[in-house]
Design a protein around this ligand. Sequence first.
Ligand code: NAD
Length: 490
Amino acid sequence: MKTTLQSLEGSRQNLFIDGQFVAPKNGKYIPSYDPTTGKPWYEFAQGDQDDVEAAVKAANQAFRNPAWRRMTQTDRGRLLRRLSQLIADHADSLAEIETRDNGKLIKEMRAQMAALPDTYDYFAGMADKLQGETIPVNKLDMLNYNTREPLGVVGMITPWNSPLMLLTGTLAPCLAIGNTVVIKPSEHATASTLALAELIVEAGFPAGVVNVVTGTGASAGEALTRHSDIAKYVFTGSTDTGRRIAGNAAQNLVPCSMELGGKSPHVVFADVEIENAVNGIVSGVFAAAGQTCVAGSRCFVEASVYDRFVEALVERTRHIQIGHPMNAETDIGPLALADQLSKVEHYVSSGVSEGATVAVGGKRPWAHEQSGGWYFEPTVMTDASNNMAFMRDEIFGPVVGVMPFRSEEEMITLANDTRYGLASGIWTQNIDRALRFANQVDAGTVWINTYRSSSFMSANGGFKQSGYGRRGGFEVMREFSRLKNIIIDY
Ligand code: NAD
């Protein structure tokens, strides 16, 4: 991989189509901004309909190319393992590129990159595990069986918050099955996906199996989601964009897998070690400056320990280190986008005007004044209620609202009082109560006495307006393959 932080600085990045890096047909490039300074640091291609057309054509040809279509499952697994090794070899560079692009902490990006090879290896091992079945038929001398085959060209649209990690959970199984893909990465963090394309060439994937069309959602994204030659879309991003993409896809009756936003409940019972739960709440909501889809942004605390809990949470939040994401001692870096900073400020002030209280945080810190970066203090809001806008909408910033509850029944009603259903967490020593919560909460993931732990070996996804479809585990192999029924009279 030739791309490094140094080579990216001030560069122009092209599209990746049919195994080649090519200029956009319209000749247009747009800047990517460094969130720690608010200044542009490289440019990437503003792909549009013509480029999407070329990428989908290349992916369709690659799908039919015997070099890919007739490659044995074992060989596809081998290719994925080669890619996995290359990612491991370049993990540090990929982590630096993502941190510079989206402002997330270098230590978190290093941890994410270190986990990617395991995910590719896991799905490399799945390439030869996808099996069909034989089925009885109500007639003699007939063989009736189902096979599983790849879908075709999969369109993948990714967000900026963890570009490669979020891509991997669907790219690895898609390739293991034998699909081809066109990826549209976020215009706010494009570089790591293009760097991955270099590794895909190095690993030896046939040209056109993976294509990357960069650009804005309105340009490259719309063109991709309106295309009629796509077999399935995988979208990870906000619920509003998901709704729009599902509408576009419906015009061609193309199925989607939607990984959308959340407003996850995080519940604390009086029987836990308060410090323990506070640490869980802090890392559950303030990690990545609150820019995680699973952020536990609504915190419900048993009334008997509410005051003590809030005091401890405020104290702990006061000690969170805000700073440059490349520094090892930083706990919270900048937000990724200027718009994101304004959005967070808007929700904090709307919360106050609706009657909530800022217990700690609530403004831009010194780091913002010094650098012009898009920093915001980690913020705890009390006197909150579920009907306030900041408790209803996904903020995608470092803001948590805290509310007391008096009974288990009230707690579950409060927790489920949201249009989202992505994740949830509970802190209690009472296993019966924890399991009752797990059974009743409307969320695709339930964490008990932990938060944000995850495994690529299990299928994850949302309920309600947090989406549909699953990423990870064997389940995803079924989602990205199709069943064919074959009957033989002999
Ligand atoms: P976004 O919806 O603004 O953008 C996501 C992607 O969609 C980008 O690549 C963007 O260019 C593209 N896009 C935008 N408009 C489009 C259109 N009209 N047609 C086609 N593509 C279009 O989301 P974001 O701000 O990049 O990411 C943050 C959001 O992603 C949050 O809501 C977060 O919860 C969600 N998210 C969900 C998960 C999950 O697994 N559920 C994971 C990470 C992020």
